[in-house]
Design a protein around this ligand. Structure first.
Ligand code: NCD
Length: 337
């Protein structure tokens, strides 16, 4: 792991191909821990992982906590509703409290874009020897989700040889509420880095034209570590977007992030962009469907399709989240600078 040089993981814009390979290889090793007997590895014994989820979560928080346990770390979990946030304490003071208790890695989710990055900056300035792992911030980034999606896809494309090269040249279609999705943004960085051509599909109110430029603009201080990315295109037609695609990724309509009504009706949305067994017939055979969860059944995806494990990989995504998060926690907790 000698080349690993990220103290924090805030987004994937700064990830090189080596970084992706390191995470995926390590996750592959952790995936193979036998599922009977003691499932624990001693790798993070003596390390303290703290999860601070200022915004609700089912999958990500539990998955990070289980990953930490599987590596024998100590785990501490902050819950905003019963904390001193209620008395007006700031996120930074909250974080500093957990740093003073000896946290090695803080997994942070916040509804505002930029909070994990700001906290990482403040901790670095204060010379604190602790890593921040972004568990999802506002509309910005959700790196562990995109990495577990990548892990799921490389296995789907070739189970006997699940490697990053399996993604090269593939057409991956992401459908739905792209505007409000940190998952879509993180997947755009990871999939194009591995050479996939990504087609974004949705109505103009949920998918502005600017997204075509998305991966050509790494955050201001960064030079793109990827020499040649896959292409990003936009399609308003589901038929066109599904034609010849190798995988379909659909997203939740994130009503809690919509400032105004961006859709004429949910029924119209489902008719135009909802994915069902019927619409999957527009794809070639054996194309999988992914979704980060939670799913609005019957809106972005039909209930029947969600329950059809022959093509819907939602459960595999959840399962794969554990080894991916074990890999991320291991890399940060053992490389703290
Ligand atoms: C996503 C999130 O919170 O960004 N969920 C997740 O982490 N699995 C997507 C969503 O909320 O729609």
């Amino acid at each position: 792991m000698s080349h690993w040089n990220h103290k924090h993981i805030i987004d994937l814009a700064s990830f090189s191909l080596e970084d992706y390979k390191t995470v995926l290889e390590l996750a592959k090793r952790f995936q193979n821990i036998p599922s009977s007997g003691s499932r624990k590895l001693p790798a993070l014994q003596g390390k303290l992982i703290t999860t601070l989820f200022f915004e609700p979560s089912t999958r990500t928080k539990s998955s990070f906590e289980l990953a930490a346990k599987r590596l024998s770390a100590e785990i501490q979990s902050f819950s905003p509703s019963t904390s001193s946030l209620k008395k007006g304490e700031s996120p930074l003071d909250t974080v500093m409290t957990y740093v003073a208790m000896g946290a090695n890695v803080l997994v942070i989710r916040h509804s505002c874009t930029g909070v994990p990055a700001q906290l990482a900056n403040s901790l670095d300035k204060a010379k604190k020897n602790v890593s921040i792992l972004n568990g999802g911030d506002g509309l910005h980034s959700h790196p562990s989700q995109a990495l577990l999606d990548l892990f799921t896809l490389i296995h789907f494309f070739d189970k006997s040889n699940p490697c990053i090269e399996n993604i090269y040249g593939k057409k991956i279609t992401i459908i739905g509420d792209i505007l409000h999705s940190r998952v879509a943004r993180s997947n755009l960085w990871s999939l194009t880095a591995c050479g996939a051509n990504v087609v974004l599909c949705g109505p103009p109110t949920l998918l502005p034209e600017e997204f075509i430029e998305f991966t050509s603009k790494p955050p201001s201080s960064e030079i793109d570590p990827i020499k040649k990315r896959g292409k990003v295109t936009i399609s308003r037609s589901l038929k066109e977007a599904l034609e010849d695609t190798d995988a379909v990724y659909t997203l939740r309509l994130q009503k809690e992030r919509m400032s105004e009504n961006l859709l004429s009706s949910l029924n119209t949305y489902h008719d135009d962009y909802g994915i069902t067994h019927e619409t999957m017939k527009l794809c070639k055979e054996n194309v999988p469907i992914l979704h980060p969860g939670p799913v609005n059944r019957g809106i972005e995806m039909s209930s029947e399709l969600l329950d059809d494990q022959s093509i819907c990989l939602v459960n595999e995504q959840v399962t794969n989240g554990i080894p991916i998060r074990m890999a991320l926690l291991y890399l940060l907790a053992t490389n703290t600078k």
